[in-house]
Design a protein around this ligand. Sequence first.
Ligand code: UDP
Ligand code: MG
Length: 313
Amino acid sequence: MDILAVVVPCYNEEDMLPITFESLRNKLNELIDKNKISPESFVLYVDDGSKDKTWELIEAENKSHKDVKGLKLAGNVGHQFALTAGLVFAKDISDISISIDADLQDDIDVFEQMIDLYHDGNDIVYGVRNKRKTDSFFKRFTAQSFYRLMNFFGAKTIYNHADFRLMSKRALEQFSKYGEENLYLRGIVPLIGYKTECVYYDRKVRVAGESKYPLKKMLALAIEGITSFSVKPIRYIVFLGIVSVILSLAAFVYALVSFFMKTVEPGWTSLIVSIWFLGGVQLISIGLIGEYIGKIYMEVKRRPRYNIEKFTS
Ligand code: UDP
Ligand code: MG
């Protein structure tokens, strides 16, 4: 039977953890009783350099329950890296992993469905939020703009999916080959390419502690996502340059007409035409240089170029 590792990144979660411990423990036992997962399954809590009692709580929980493991990072590296640390660590000692936030806003009752879908041959199962009625209007609006912006700039992501997902061991193995420094998990996972499926659930409100993702961090994540996955913004510069050159033609006609109608000061015509034209040429040139930089950027990531799914001899 498959060993399940539930990976939970935690940053200053002392208020939340006692509740999380109990819920996850019960869920794991329930799944074990139903023979869905191996009795060796465990929950791995990753302490992302918390400043409160998070680690002490994890240690205590580990002492009293053998199905709980703890991983303490030496400093705060942020949600994405903390989760990666946990996943990469878990992949050698488990067969399936499910990543979930410590606040359990994501529904642990869909674990079972995720595992069933895994047994149906899916290597990745995304948890997708049905509605966002429990989030404030502001959070909902900013989060939705986030996905729109991401897609517009060419970083394909699963709509309304955060980092709540199941990944098989081999999906994690392929994932760990992405050695990039600018890490945006939601963008990388779809690149792995195995068969995937989604499960839907309603996101709950945070019952204890407060959100560690204020607007500032969300914006940082959006910029990270866009700039790590696409060089489209550079392409828009070229586009802007072309528009500018076209406008310079219009400006040229307008300036000529004004010149012959003698409604302008001498010198204005040549100035205005040069400004538009040179501006356009400069933008196109910057964009072209950018295209090359974009190539270099993609190249230095050294991403795996393919992922072999099966081989028949
Ligand atoms: N988190 C982390 N490191 C950080 C910030 C957050 O490991 O620097 C964890 C946090 O403990 C939680 C998860 O990331 O388990 C998501 O954070 P949160 O629930 O505050 O975000 P929100 O749900 O409000 O977007
Ligand atoms: Mg949360």
